[in-house]
Design a protein. Structure first.
Length: 332
């Protein structure tokens, strides 16, 4: 429901299915002497969850501000270039580049404003397709720099009930992880679709990189677990908090996150979020009454990165998979 606040995840550690499965442990009532210890554990878990989410939010804000700084640098450099050269052809090229950079800056500003509008931690009907578009916009230069070709197949989907900021943190983390899994570049496929039977919106993010070793897969959602030696050249990753935060966020949304991986063939993350029962709120309007959104939510501006594509072929049978905890029965 709109206005409902996100609850802390019910399960602090993930359960795994398919090739990896954890048996559930029956609840027990702690003895009186253990109450103090239990309270300490609860406080530490809450602190860990806050640290996870602040780390993810910091990466999102850092990416946004870095991209906006790139826009300003482009505008300044081409303005100086145009002033130094008097010929019409050079100045026309400079003006075209400045206009293009300014338009990109406008779209990034809309993303920043979107972050500012949703700080309360409340869930509301959210356009996941639009959120994906905004996140890819922030990562466009990074993907091009590392020669990653992004292919998107995004159906028209109903809104999901979500905290847009937190879901954008999840998208950013998974997309950056996918890029880092392909250090020499490669193909990244994204598929967004509606499942009418389960009344969920399903998002798949698949890379064709190094894959995750089978012995590592059961631990990828564990806090502070990482196979990275530290942040990469872009300054991202290495804390071991990213996927743990993703799991907690999706679980708090009563959703599911699943990972499938084949060593040497790549990794696929699938997120399932419940459809919102309410429609999307009306978009903000400019003073002249027009839609203030930078572009229609039915457009997916990924032309430079590859455009829309058919879904990729499934992994082979050597695939291993893991899944974060499912919501308990009675939750939707």
């Amino acid at each position: 429901m709109p206005g409902a606040r996100l609850r802390s995840p019910r399960h602090p550690l993930p359960r795994y299915v398919t090739s990896i499965e954890e048996s559930s442990v029956a609840d027990t009532t702690p003895a009186t002497s253990d109450v103090s210890l239990e309270e300490q554990v609860r406080i530490l878990q809450e602190r860990l969850q806050r640290a996870e989410r602040m780390t993810a939010l910091g990466e999102l804000v850092g990416t946004t501000t870095h991209e906006f700084n790139n826009v300003l640098t482009t505008i300044l450099n081409w303005a100086r270039h145009g002033l130094r050269h008097k010929d019409d052809a050079t100045r026309e090229k400079a003006l075209e580049t400045i206009i293009s950079a300014a338009n990109r800056g406008s779209k990034i500003t809309q993303t920043i404003l979107g972050l500012a509008r949703n700080r309360s931690g409340e869930m509301e009907p959210t356009d996941l397709r639009r959120l994906l578009t905004d996140t890819l916009l922030l990562l466009e230069r990074e993907m091009n720099k590392y020669h990653v070709r992004v292919e998107v197949q995004a159906d028209s989907v109903p809104p999901v009930l979500a905290d847009g900021n937190q879901i954008q943190q999840v998208l950013l983390n998974l997309l950056v992880n996918a890029r880092q899994a392909m250090p020499r570049g490669g193909r990244l496929t994204i598929r967004l679709k509606h499942d009418p039977e389960s009344q969920t919106v399903d998002l798949q993010i698949r890379d064709y990189g190094t894959g995750i070793p089978p012995e590592v897969l059961p631990r990828i959602f564990d806090p502070y677990f990482t196979t990275k030696k530290g942040p990469d050249a872009s300054g991202k990753g290495g804390s071991g908090l990213g996927l743990s935060a993703c799991r907690d966020i999706i679980e708090a949304h009563h959703g599911r996150i699943r990972v499938e991986s084949a060593l040497g063939k790549g990794t696929c993350f699938t997120i399932r979020l419940p459809v919102a029962k309410q429609p999307l709120p009306a978009p903000p309007r400019d003073n002249d009454g027009t839609d203030a959104s930078p572009e229609s939510p039915h457009e997916m501006p990924i032309s430079r990165a590859g455009g829309r594509a058919a879904p990729a072929a499934p992994f082979s049978r050597s695939i291993r998979s893991a899944e974060a905890p499912r919501p308990s029965r009675g939750e939707t």
